[in-house]
Design a binder for this molecule. Structure first.
Ligand SMILES: [Zn+2]
Length: 140
């Protein structure tokens, strides 16, 4: 059974139940569908949530967005590498300068030792740690 929202020529809307789409088509072409309010036989289908639901069910089965976390992580890393100024080992110094208004406020990236991270934390400088995939070889 399928349900359609229907509308007669006088603008009355009502729900019609049919065995299948062909059944609807046949009854429609033979003017067998009658408005229950005014008995008008000029009926047309209006797009309804019911109709949309049944059409998406037969479509691709992709109800949720599968998130490619690896791709997402690479995009974040790419973004940081493109949009953030690389200050290298001067990162902590620059971050502190920006924090205290001694340098132009901007997005920077770089490396920090555990001690330097501690300084930033103590000074209340916000920073995010992220793994840099390129730097696998020169571990320090
Ligand atoms: Zn009507």
């Amino acid at each position: 059974m399928i349900a359609f929202d229907l509308m007669c020529a006088n603008g009355h809307t009502f729900e019609g139940w049919f065995d299948n789409l062909e059944s609807y088509g046949r009854q429609d072409s033979e003017h067998l569908i009658i408005c229950p309010i005014c008995e008008n036989t000029k009926i047309k289908r209006i797009l309804s949530p019911v109709a949309m639901k049944s059409s998406s069910r037969s479509g691709q089965k992709n109800p949720s967005f599968p998130i490619d976390y690896q791709k997402l992580a690479m995009e974040v890393v790419n973004y940081i590498q493109n949009e953030f100024e690389d200050t290298g080992t001067q990162f902590t110094k620059e971050a502190l300068k920006i924090h205290y208004g001694a340098a132009e406020a901007r997005n920077i990236r770089g490396t920090a030792t555990r001690e330097e991270e501690k300084i930033l934390e103590d000074e209340g400088v916000p920073f995010i740690k992220f793994p840099e995939p390129d730097k696998k070889n020169d571990e320090n």
